[in-house]
Design a protein around this ligand. Structure first.
Ligand SMILES: C[S@@+](CC[C@H](N)C(=O)[O-])C[C@H]1O[C@@H](n2cnc3c(N)ncnc32)[C@H](O)[C@@H]1O
Length: 228
């Protein structure tokens, strides 16, 4: 008989703690519903992101990339504001994209503003073939190990305008801590400010710590800009 720990490790890639979490993927979306799957606070966090980006200089002619756009919590605010074709969303869960497009976005808005949304779980941003002015990863690095944060930033770098910017939220800790070994949409990953700076530095970005931006779950914000 396989001991319980080995069975869990096989299933969860070495992290039995993750086994206790709600399922992720299509089963999780079906179980929780699209708004809860992305963490709830639907209206509040959507508005918070949009207000933050506009306060930081987002303009209608900019191309905005929403990394891990979920069910368009930000999209429903940003799509009407941006010029047609200027909202790019990328997301790994087909069910979230479908719910966002079919249940959250008015059909007329979709026709008029033509948001471009890709299902892709491997950060292949080049598939948009459109240089990005502003990118945001809201509550994505809170669910990823360093290897995937590095991949996300590395793949984004050539797709950004030279004066582009990437905003990312994270759970901040004072001391480096043990995180799960594998990504999980309901897992909890926390990093120090220095780790966040290093993730960007390794991929050719300068770093700005923004900190508190009134996120209801206490996530803080950083900005990465391509180094010249
Ligand atoms: C907490 S939700 C936040 C969603 C969105 N940013 C928002 O604010 O509503 C995290 C999202 O990251 C997505 N995700 C996780 N790993 C991903 C990957 N490798 N590529 C694309 N999306 C990913 C999940 O499917 C989920 O929709």
């Amino acid at each position: 008989m396989i001991p319980l720990f080995d069975a869990l490790r096989r299933r969860w890639g070495g992290d039995p703690g993750l086994a206790a979490l709600d399922p992720q993927g299509p089963r999780g979306v079906a179980l929780r519903g699209h708004r809860e799957y992305v963490g709830g606070h639907w209206e509040e966090i959507g508005q918070l992101q949009f207000d933050f980006l506009v306060a930081r200089g987002l303009q209608p002619q900019h191309v905005l990339l929403d990394i891990a756009c979920g069910a368009l919590r930000l999209g429903v605010k940003a799509i009407p504001y941006l010029e047609p074709g200027h909202y790019l969303g990328i997301e790994k869960e087909r069910g979230l994209i479908r719910a966002g497009v079919e249940q959250e976005l008015a059909p007329q808005l979709r026709r008029e503003r033509r948001p471009r949304i890709l299902r892709d779980g491997n950060f292949r941003f080049w598939r948009f073939r459109q240089p990005v002015d502003v990118a945001i990863a809201q509550s994505l690095f809170t669910h990823l190990p360093p290897r995937l944060i590095g991949r996300c930033l590395a793949r984004l770098r050539p797709c950004l305008q030279p004066d582009g910017v990437v905003y990312a939220t994270f759970h901040e800790v004072e001391q480096e801590c043990a995180n799960p070994a594998v990504p999980h949409d309901h897992g909890y990953f926390a990093y120090t400010r220095a780790q966040m700076e290093a993730f960007g530095g390794e991929q050719g970005y300068g770093f700005e710590y923004i900190g508190d931006w009134h996120h209801p779950r206490g996530q803080v914000m950083v900005a990465y800009r391509p180094r010249r």
